[in-house]
Design a protein around this ligand. Structure first.
Ligand code: BTN
Length: 240
């Protein structure tokens, strides 16, 4: 595993994608600050220099069958590490991690296609470890940070080590077996099943109302529509 550290960069994901060919498999890219931190749905990821985690992994597995499940695997790994700080993480499908219903961790996976074939992914993760109220309030949706939740400054190096070690501990198993391998762990953090939820495909789209029924063995969300008909949701933003 190689570690690349930057003080300030536009985005660790952008760097990972731009240099994908020359970077080794399992390269970890870390920055103290990002000037163009990106989230899902083209949202901005606030990336100030405040001892938060901004990290991307360059992953080039031989077998890419379960590669899309890596975001959900990473959400479980992050929730497990957050739990060691005595907070109670929740996973909001597919891969947001919340504490007290506020987002603390976001994951952005970007596939890299070469000659019409998926050659790997850049798996980016941002975790709010040490933020002040003012910066958190500037985020346009409910967000929190581990220092606020615990009342203590968080040691970033310690958190990073736990995160990277736990990710690689079960990475091969997750890649060989897919979502089923960690489904039970994922479900431990889920608290929206049985509830009325809304799904939005992208910002400003219509919100569709369902009852969340289940997570299937592939990690998709199974919902019931207003006529009690089952529908499988493969992607989108969950609101509840
Ligand atoms: C989301 O929840 O919308 C995903 C946020 C992902 C943020 C991380 S921070 C490190 C990496 N670099 C980026 O520009 N984005 C990801």
């Amino acid at each position: 595993m190689k570690l690349l550290k930057f003080d300030c960069i536009d985005s660790t994901n952008t760097y990972g994608k731009a240099n994908f060919d020359t970077l080794d498999d399992k390269t970890v890219i870390i920055a103290n600050e990002q000037t163009k931190g990106r989230g899902r749905f083209n949202r901005v990821w606030v990336s100030k220099n405040c001892e938060n985690i901004y990290l991307s992994l360059v992953l080039k597995p031989q077998n890419t069958k379960y590669i899309t499940n890596l975001t959900q695997y990473m959400s479980v790994v992050s929730a497990d590490v957050l739990k060691t700080y005595n907070v109670q993480p929740q996973i909001k499908w597919p891969n947001d991690v919340l504490v007290n219903n506020k987002k603390i961790c976001g994951i952005l996976s970007e596939g890299v296609i070469k000659n019409n074939q998926l050659s790997g992914i850049v798996l980016g993760i941002g975790i709010n470890l040490n933020m002040d109220d003012k910066t958190l309030n500037s985020i346009d949706r409910p967000a929190t940070s581990l220092n606020i939740e615990t009342g203590k400054q968080i040691n970033k190096e310690e958190f990073l080590k736990k995160l990277i070690d736990s990710f690689f501990e079960n990475y091969n198993n997750a890649m060989q077996n897919g979502f089923e391998y960690f489904k039970n762990d994922y479900l431990k953090y889920v608290d929206f099943l049985g509830k009325t939820v809304f799904i939005q495909q992208r910002d400003n789209d219509k919100k569709e109302q369902y009852i969340a029924k289940n997570i299937d063995n592939q990690g998709n969300l199974v919902v019931l529509d207003s006529t009690n008909k089952e529908k499988i949701i493969y992607s989108g933003d969950l609101i509840y």
